[in-house]
Design a binder for this molecule. Structure first.
Ligand SMILES: [Zn+2]
Ligand SMILES: [Zn+2]
Length: 145
């Protein structure tokens, strides 16, 4: 399961990099592999410690730059309430919607367009111009229920 996630994430990365003329360096690829292999969102320092095992000593800014790169390409999401990163589970137009289990940290990505439409309409009625949407719902997953 995790392996399939990693392969899917790497394929998507190759495709998006190819299309935008960006380079998927070894470092960026390794960061993506680490995050995609994790069943729960990972903090930057967890990524750093795994990366250091593969590459030897690595500086935090190096990791942050790679995470930013992958975020910009829509390959990762930042889960704001956990201050952590998760590989995108599907190629979709990006608005983050997550269900986050408070007990085990399992995080499920949703992609319901209607949630965003509702928020967009509500913002518009306030004369507000939204540029980023984050929907994070915390609770209990089926395993922990
Ligand atoms: Zn996604
Ligand atoms: Zn759970």
């Amino acid at each position: 399961m995790a392996r399939a996630n990693v392969i899917a994430a790497l394929n998507l990365a190759e495709e998006r990099c190819g299309r935008s003329g960006k380079r998927l360096t070894d470092l960026r690829r390794q960061v993506l592999e680490i995050v995609a292999a994790s069943p729960t969102p990972m903090g930057a320092y967890d990524v750093l410690s795994e990366l250091s095992q593969i590459r030897g000593r690595t500086d935090p800014p190096t990791v942050y730059r790679s995470l930013e790169f992958l975020l910009d390409l829509g390959l990762l999401h930042r889960v704001e309430s956990l201050n952590a990163y998760l590989a995108c589970s599907e190629a979709h137009e990006h608005v983050s919607q997550f269900l986050i289990c408070r007990s085990c940290g399992a995080t499920t990505e949703l992609s319901r367009g209607s949630v965003v439409e509702t928020l967009r309409d509500a913002a518009k009625s306030q004369g507000f111009s939204p540029d980023r949407f984050t929907v994070e719902v915390s609770g209990t997953c089926t395993t922990c229920a």
